[in-house]
Design a protein around this ligand. Structure first.
Ligand SMILES: O=C(O)c1ccccc1N[C@@H]1O[C@H](COP(=O)(O)O)[C@@H](O)[C@H]1O
Length: 220
C-alpha cells in the first residue's frame, strides 16, 4: 500500500480533533465560510487548533476571502496551510503565499476535461492542488457537498505540485478512488459525518483505515 496522506475537513470541536488524531490522519481542515454548517468563529477555531498535536497540519479553508478576513484568521489561529476554495487567481495565490508565509493549497472544481486547463498555471503558483468536484449551479456551497466527479479525468495524472483528491469520498469508496487515480492524498468532509456538519469518529477511523490500509495509527 503506498504512503497515503489524509485530510479530514470541517472539524468543529476538540473531540473531532481527538478522533482525527486517533485515526492517524495528517491534515485537519478548519472552515471559515459563514454559509457552511462547518463554519468556525475565530474563538471556536482557536480552541480546535490548540487541541491539535504537532504533526497534525492545521489547514484554514477560505472562499475568496479578502486580506482583512485572512489577517484576522492568521493572527488568531495557529495554522500550517491555507486552502483557497473560491475563484482565486494564480496571482492571488502567489500574493497570499508571500503575505502570510504559509503554504497554499488551491482547490479546482472539475466536471469535465476543460476544467483541467488551468491546472498547469495554478501549479506554478500554489504549493499543492486540491482537485474537487465542480459544484452544480444549484449547490449552496462551493465545496463540501458530498458530490464526486468522474475520476477517470484525473487518473494517473501528474502536475508540477502534489495534489489531493476531494469530492464525495467516503470510507466505502476511497480505496477505489486511490486505486483508480493513483493519488497520494485524499480529503473528505461530508463522507465522515453523522449528519450535516457533525463529524462521526467511527466514520473518520474507517475512512483513514480504508485510505491508508490497516497500519498502526501514526499519532496518539
Ligand atoms: O466543507 C465545507 O463546508 C466547504 C465549504 C466551502 C468550500 C469547501 C468546503 N469543503 C471542501 O469541499 C471538499 C469536498 O467535500 P466533501 O467531502 O465532498 O463534503 C473538501 O475539500 C472540503 O475541504
Amino acid at each position: 500500500m503506498p504512503d497515503i496522506r489524509v485530510k479530514i475537513c470541517g472539524l468543529r470541536t476538540e473531540a473531532d480533533v481527538q478522533a482525527v488524531v486517533a485515526a492517524g490522519a495528517h491534515y485537519a481542515g478548519l472552515v471559515f465560510f459563514p454559509r457552511s454548517p462547518r463554519h468556525l468563529t475565530l474563538d471556536e477555531a482557536r480552541i480546535v487548533a490548540f487541541a491539535a498535536p504537532p504533526g497534525l497540519a492545521k489547514v484554514a479553508l477560505v472562499v475568496d476571502a479578502d486580506d482583512a478576513t485572512l489577517d484576522a484568521i492568521v493572527e488568531a489561529v495557529p495554522l500550517d496551510m491555507l486552502q483557497l476554495h473560491g475563484h482565486e487567481t494564480p496571482e492571488r495565490v502567489a500574493a497570499l503565499r508571500e503575505r502570510y508565509g504559509l503554504p497554499v493549497m488551491k482547490a479546482i472544481g472539475v466536471a469535465d476535461e476543460g476544467d483541467l486547463a488551468g491546472l498547469i498555471e495554478m501549479s506554478l503558483a500554489a504549493d499543492q492542488l486540491l482537485i474537487d468536484a465542480k459544484p452544480p449551479r444549484e449547490a449552496e456551497l462551493p465545496g463540501g457537498n458530498g458530490l464526486s466527479f468522474d475520476w477517470r479525468l484525473v487518473a494517473q495524472r501528474r502536475w508540477l505540485k502534489p495534489w489531493m483528491l476531494a469530492g464525495g469520498l467516503t470510507p466505502e469508496n476511497v480505496a477505489e478512488a486511490i486505486q483508480r487515480t493513483n493519488v497520494r492524498q485524499v480529503d473528505v468532509s461530508s463522507g465522515v459525518e453523522a449528519s450535516r456538519g457533525v463529524k462521526d469518529p467511527a466514520r473518520i477511523a474507517a475512512f483513514v483505515r480504508a485510505a491508508t490500509g490497516p497500519a498502526v495509527p501514526r499519532l496518539r
